[in-house]
Design a protein around this ligand. Structure first.
Ligand code: OGA
Ligand code: ZN
Length: 329
């Protein structure tokens, strides 16, 4: 029955150990009986029921501590659960991780995405291609530089994970950049508290309008949880449309945005890496600011494929890999 079918003054009346294997309970006031397994009791006592159990802590980083992305062998990650666990552990704690030596066949990015969990579709499809296009519906489909950004800031829930797989790259330029938005936010909290206050409270509207779609969302660039911890970065610069705030707050919002943007571009926070065919980068799209240098579209071809998943998928996979590790161990 549901909770409203139970007496309000329910309490444990007797507790008895059965064969050293289970605990038998009777309940007051109606004498109902129950039996619980010690494995369950132990997992309760150890806090394994908590969402954060088996999930490693996230560690913010600055460029001095990240000369290159944490890198793993793609084929091993596809075939071996231990290699997958190491890759996902790095991607979660540091916000990003790279695979090398993957095939360059179309759709490889989906194979890797499905190794983690359910791929999330968008108006760009289950998989999107990043290459120069005529009549582009996103700045991404040109050859211009992209400043550090999160994708789809126009959505209530931005995709939690993004995978970008390089299938071809003979163009000059176009290196990939990553900055840890959590580290940028923490630096602002320590060093420029007024700008931190503005970036984490004042909202902006992000908009993407095309012929058949019109996505909009209003939120702060740095999202804090109730306890003040940074939980999300939302900033697609090329989709940021309007300050959604009182007129008197607008100067402070722009000043905070200037500080934030300068950090995201500075050598202090940037990890820059060229994309080679067979490389794939997995990152937390609600934490990292990813970008690219401009490239010369006449010099050759640059072709990436990407897909999104929600954060839930990496968290679920990390729990399953930890559970299987315990069952074996
Ligand atoms: C994008 C993007 C990165 C790149 O398409 O949103 O960030 O390296 N592309 O082209
Ligand atoms: Zn992007």
């Amino acid at each position: 029955c549901e909770i409203d079918g139970l007496p309000a003054d329910t309490s444990i009346r007797t507790v008895e150990l059965i064969d050293g294997r289970a605990v038998s309970l009777t309940w007051a006031p109606d004498g109902g009986m129950g039996r619980v397994d010690p494995g369950w009791l132990r997992s309760m006592a150890e806090g394994r029921w908590r969402p954060e159990a088996d999930i490693p802590e996230r560690t913010p980083w600055e460029a001095s501590g990240m000369p290159a992305p944490p890198t793993f062998d793609g084929p091993s990650v596809l075939s071996d659960d231990h290699a997958l666990a190491d890759f996902l552990h790095a991607a979660w704690t540091l916000g990003f991780a790279r695979l090398r030596n993957l095939p360059t066949a179309p759709g490889t990015v989906l194979t890797v995405g499905e190794r983690i969990g359910t791929v999330r579709s968008s108006n760009f499809g289950f998989m999107f291609s990043v290459e120069t296009k005529p009549d582009p519906d996103s700045t991404a489909y040109t050859s211009v530089a992209l400043d550090g950004h999160t994708d789809l800031a126009t959505r209530e829930t931005q995709p939690g994970l993004q995978l970008l797989h390089c299938r071809e790259n003979t163009a000059t330029g176009g290196a990939s950049t990553m900055a840890d938005g959590f580290a940028v936010a923490e630096a602002m909290r320590r060093e420029t508290p007024a700008e931190f206050e503005a970036i984490s409270t004042l909202k902006w509207v992000f908009t993407n309008r095309h012929r058949d779609t019109d996505y909009r969302f209003s939120g702060p660039i740095v999202e804090l949880a109730g306890g003040g911890q940074v939980v999300e970065i939302r900033n697609t610069g090329f989709l940021r449309a309007y300050p959604d705030m009182a007129d008197r707050d607008i100067p402070a919002a722009y000043q905070a945005l200037r500080v934030f943007t300068a950090h995201c571009r500075s050598e202090r926070f940037l990890c820059r890496t060229p994309f080679a065919p067979g490389d794939l980068v997995l990152f937390d799209n609600r934490r990292m600011l990813h970008g690219r240098d401009s490239f010369d579209p006449q010099s050759g071809h640059r072709r990436l494929e990407g897909c999104y998943l929600d954060r839930d998928e990496i968290l679920s996979r990390l729990r399953i890999l930890a559970r299987r590790g315990r069952d074996v161990g």
